[in-house]
Design a protein around this ligand. Structure first.
Ligand code: SF4
Length: 209
């Protein structure tokens, strides 16, 4: 079973396509829920989880024998306790120019540096939010995914909500998304996952909206 804790929408970035709308989960609630879990993978995301008490939560999860994953934008990777983390997820949303336009100038290089820091210490997965800006860059994105040595690649379909509600022009059709996923599965020699609706993940999600 996968358990996703959306810690809140506090973040140190302002990505154009950000879909985060969640309010902050109470620390006590998170700790109580973690102590109830017996097995599976616990994912901490946000917002930016490294702006929250994520190392404390990771420690509890590890004491419970759970696998752990942290979904971060990579800017504060030095703060993450890698001894308590099994998988780090970083974003790659296009070639340098596209990625930096969607997120912020210089962030592409921050992701590559973060991938270098964790290399050989924990597994890496990459997430790409597919939008009208990067839908034709699947092959280029995969080259970057390979360069980072990621073990898996998750493709999300952009949904105009959160900050992203002001960027409806970044939306793509169902057909465009499915075609891009098909291509990604053809060219990638790592696991490729597709998430058509970020609000309907195949996991138990703890969130406060
Ligand atoms: S997409 Fe992620 S990194 Fe970017 S602003 Fe939203 S929560 Fe922060």
């Amino acid at each position: 079973m996968i358990y996703v804790f959306i810690l809140g929408n506090k973040c140190n970035m302002k990505c154009k396509f950000c879909m985060s709308v969640e309010k902050e989960l109470e620390r006590e609630f998170i700790i109580k829920k973690l102590k109830e879990l017996k097995e599976g993978l616990v994912v901490f995301t946000g917002g930016e989880p490294l702006l929250y008490n994520v190392n404390e939560y990771l420690k509890i999860a590890k004491m419970r024998g759970l696998k752990t994953k942290v979904q971060t934008n990579g800017k504060l990777i030095e703060l993450l306790d890698l001894d308590l983390t099994d998988v780090v997820n970083l974003p790659v949303d296009g070639c340098r120019k596209t990625h930096d336009w969607l997120r912020e100038k210089g962030h592409f290089d921050i992701v590559l540096k973060a991938a270098e820091i964790i290399r050989g210490k924990v597994d890496l997965s990459i997430t790409t939010v597919l939008t009208s800006k990067n839908i034709n860059e699947i092959e280029e994105i995969y080259e970057i995914v390979k360069y980072t040595n990621a073990k898996s690649w998750k493709l999300f379909k952009f949904k105009p909500k959160g900050r992203g509600k002001f960027w409806k022009k970044l939306s793509i059709s169902e057909n465009e998304f499915l075609k891009a996923v098909k291509l990604a599965k053809e060219i990638a020699d790592i696991k490729v996952y597709a998430v058509r609706d970020p609000d309907k993940m195949n996991a138990k999600v703890f969130r406060l909206i």
